[in-house]
Design a protein around this ligand. Structure first.
Ligand SMILES: Cc1cc2nc3c(=O)[nH]c(=O)nc-3n(C[C@H](O)[C@H](O)[C@H](O)COP(=O)(O)OP(=O)(O)OC[C@H]3O[C@@H](n4cnc5c(N)ncnc54)[C@H](O)[C@@H]3O)c2cc1C
Length: 432
């Protein structure tokens, strides 16, 4: 038996065993053989989910060796890659062809399959989440056959883009790309009240807007990123290390340790952290600006609400987070994403405001996250599938108008529930 744990180190399982097929043929044969022997099968990837979505007591499939570029069509910009490719490497494969992702989240350690499966997103009110860039998928069915899913069956594609690992093991992803571009990013503190009063203007004024707030403070640490065609102007790696990696991680680590030792000092430390962050700029290739390095371990919940309820969500969460008994010293993070049509996307058919809350994984996070969830639910919130939440299929179903269409795709592709785990049983219900 081999123990498997996620990035945060707080979700783990003991799979019966772990399979790492090195070719498509081996992947197909492995799955057919396992299913024939009565195993449940679950793919896990980079383990960057905070939920138990990748865990299994059955057999774990890993696509660590299935990471190759399969095709690039310059005229359409479609790029086909094996599903185990890690975004960090995939970004460089795309750059070599002069193309890029339309938008990305804030790290690049996830795989392409893992990212799309949970609806991973970045920010920018005119841009959709990563899965919306997927034009086709190939996945392995329980009998080992390769199933191609594309726009010839639009509902199946809408189901498969964000499937939380539950329709089969994704072997390849074909995605839309855009010509490579530069991002010019400006970080600057602004008065929180002013920011909350001008969310529309701030979003309209830049391509990718987001901000952080330390609870109990009145400063929004804003990040405004413009897409340009100017050439990248990378800083010297030593400067980047000093300004970004050191500041965000090692100083943060010391800060975290202080809060862990004296949780009652959280409000004071949050105020100090907020004051210590000033103006900074970065102009580089898009994928180098979107991704940052995260070395401090934490746990996280993130909720999506309709864009017009965003302010209420932010204000309510800040009110909860600043209660001294919750000992929150981590900032909340606010992002904006355009709606898309994936059946289980938290941005399904609605422009969205996302608020993420973080807590030291060794401090009590549950009372904080439960209160945030209750507030987000009262505003029609949907949880990020890869981040902590307490929802179940019974109360998630009404939040997704096309829930039944997803379940129909599941019944068709995985009628025996081969690709289920405890998480999918809980949040999607048992496969029928
Ligand atoms: C530091 C950090 C920063 C993050 N930043 C962001 C962010 O900016 N935006 C955001 O939205 N999220 C963010 N996340 C969450 C993260 O993007 C998601 O949880 C993502 O799903 C993790 O991808 P992974 O490759 O690690 O997949 P895993 O966590 O290993 O798996 C995720 C799901 O995908 C399924 N899966 C994986 N591979 C396959 C396959 N081949 N076939 C079928 N199913 C498969 C698994 O079964 C599981 O259900 C962050 C997480 C961390 C730890």
């Amino acid at each position: 038996m081999a123990r498997w744990t996620n990035w945060a180190g707080d979700q783990g399982c003991d799979p019966a065993y772990i399979e790492r097929p090195g070719t498509l043929d081996a992947l197909q044969k492995t799955i057919a053989r396992l299913v024939e022997r009565g195993h449940r099968v679950r793919a896990s990837a980079s383990g960057h989910s905070f939920t138990d979505c990748a865990l299994t007591e059955g057999v774990m499939i890993r696509l660590d060796s299935l990471t190759r570029k399969l095709d690039f069509d310059r005229s359409s910009g479609l790029f086909k890659v094996e599903a185990g490719a890690v975004l960090h490497d995939l970004n460089r494969m795309l750059d070599a062809e002069g193309v890029a992702f339309e938008n990305l989240g804030d790290i690049d350690r996830q795989t392409i399959a893992g990212s799309i499966s949970t609806g991973t997103h970045g920010t920018g009110e005119r841009f959709q989440n990563v899965s919306a860039q997927v034009e086709a998928l190939e996945l392995i069915a329980p009998d080992g056959s390769l199933v191609t899913i594309d726009d010839s069956e639009p509902d199946l594609l809408r189901a498969a883009r964000v499937a939380v690992g539950s329709l089969g093991v994704v072997y390849s992803v074909t995605m839309r790309t855009v010509p490579a571009y530069t991002i010019n990013r400006v970080d600057s503190p602004k008065p929180l009240r002013e920011v909350l009063g001008s969310l529309d203007e701030l979003n309209a004024g830049t391509d990718h807007f987001e901000f952080y707030v330390f609870p109990g403070t009145d400063v929004a640490l804003c990040r405004e990123s413009e897409r340009t065609q100017e050439p990248p102007a990378p800083k010297h790696p030593a400067v980047v290390y000093g300004q970004e990696v050191m500041l965000e991680n090692w100083v943060g680590k010391a800060f975290s340790a202080a809060v862990r030792a004296r949780p009652e000092l959280a409000p004071r430390l949050a105020e100090l952290a907020s004051k210590g962050i000033g103006r900074a700029t970065k102009v580089d290739s898009s994928y180098k600006v979107f991704a940052s390095e995260r070395h401090i371990k934490f746990t996280e919940m993130e909720y999506a609400v309709p864009r017009e309820r965003g302010r209420e969500l932010i204000e309510g969460v800040l009110d909860i987070a600043s209660r001294p008994e919750l000992h929150v010293a981590w900032p909340i993070e606010v992002r904006f994403v355009a709606g898309d049509d994936s059946l289980l996307s938290p941005s399904h058919e609605q422009d969205t405001c996302y608020v993420a809350v973080h807590q030291d994984r060794k401090l009590a996070w549950e009372p904080y996250f439960r209160r945030v969830e209750a507030h987000a639910r009262s505003l029609g919130g949907r949880p990020h599938w890869g981040k902590r939440h307490f929802r179940t299929a019974a109360d998630l179903a009404p939040a997704y108008p096309r829930w039944d269409a997803f379940q129909a795709a599941r019944a068709r592709l995985d009628p025996e529930g081969v690709f289920t785990n405890a998480y999918s049983d809980r949040v999607l219900g048992p496969a029928t």
